[in-house]
Design a protein around this ligand. Structure first.
Ligand SMILES: [Fe+2]
Length: 283
């Protein structure tokens, strides 16, 4: 099922984290998470699967620990091709004593949650086929039910975990913002629609009828501000636009709304009103 992370939609493609301990973080993402190192130079490491970059680790000069209660990353979510791979991943984590922080059946997806060594949130999930998602008008129904760990682990037993499989993607981003309405006014200009909400505390937005490409919440406090640029945590994330025309249209929309936006060497650099930095590239 690839229709929600492909042309002509706008969708998350990859992200970059500022890190403090490059060696420890690289080891975690390679050995525990199963990403392949695609490129490594100086203080930058690109990781992904099947040659496709999903995550970049960068060590800024004078890096500092991210301060609490800021905007930024709540979690990034890795989408596996199916639930069999999710089961195999659970077995791999258990065999290697990698702790989970939780798991949930969201009805549209089945998800696991963990934290990396520098306290960035990670979700690893598999989608339920979209034909089974329930919609109430333009709002998709998502719940938080217990995850069928036993069933998934059983299913995953047929599959040896040899790392993140081909077809693994950055499925969605979930961000802390300072204000939901302010954030949505911005993301609407990029083309996102609101498809679910948790009263006054979170919004879920997408293009093309996905259950969400981006989650936005105010769980770090209303008015939460961005961390300093040299702090650990989210450095930026990338959205894919189908072509130059779509990218230019987004640029004009953002300019019209008086948001930061600049196109340089084919990349649209912008940031949401809470200071989450975004690059919009042509996929
Ligand atoms: Fe999520």
């Amino acid at each position: 099922m690839n229709k929600f992370h492909t042309d002509p939609l706008i969708y998350p493609l990859n992200l970059s984290l500022n890190v403090m301990d490059m060696e420890k973080m690289t080891r975690f993402y390679r050995d525990s998470m199963g990403f392949e190192i695609l490129e490594k130079k100086d203080d930058v490491v690109h990781l992904g699967t099947s040659g496709r970059r999903i995550l970049t680790l960068e060590r800024p000069e004078n890096v500092i620990q991210k301060p609490p209660r800021r905007s930024g990353l709540y979690h990034f979510a890795i989408l596996l091709p199916d639930r069999k791979h999710l089961g195999s991943f659970i077995n791999h984590l258990r065999d290697n004593n990698v702790p989970l922080t939780g798991g949930a059946d969201h009805e549209v997806s089945e998800a696991l949650y963990l934290q990396d060594p520098e306290d960035n949130g990670i979700e690893v999930y598999a989608d339920v086929p979209d034909s089974q998602w329930e919609w109430d008008g333009d709002q998709v129904l998502m719940g938080t039910d217990p995850l069928d760990f036993r069933g998934l682990m059983e299913l995953g037993r047929d599959l040896d975990w040899t790392g993140m499989p081909e077809g693994t993607k950055l499925g969605h981003m979930h961000l802390h913002v300072g204000d939901l309405e302010e954030a949505f006014s911005y993301y609407r200009r990029i083309g996102f629609k609101r498809v679910a909400q948790m009263a006054g505390s979170a919004n879920f937005i997408s293009t093309g009828g996905y259950h969400h490409h981006i989650g936005l919440n105010v769980w770090n406090g209303k008015g939460a501000k961005a961390a300093p640029e040299n702090a650990t945590g989210l450095r930026y994330y990338t959205l894919a636009a189908p072509d130059g025309e779509a990218q230019k249209k987004i640029f004009e929309e953002l300019k019209q709304g008086n948001y930061k936006a600049e196109i340089e060497d084919g990349v649209l650099f912008t940031e949401d009103p809470s200071g989450n930095r975004i690059r919009i590239i042509i996929a």
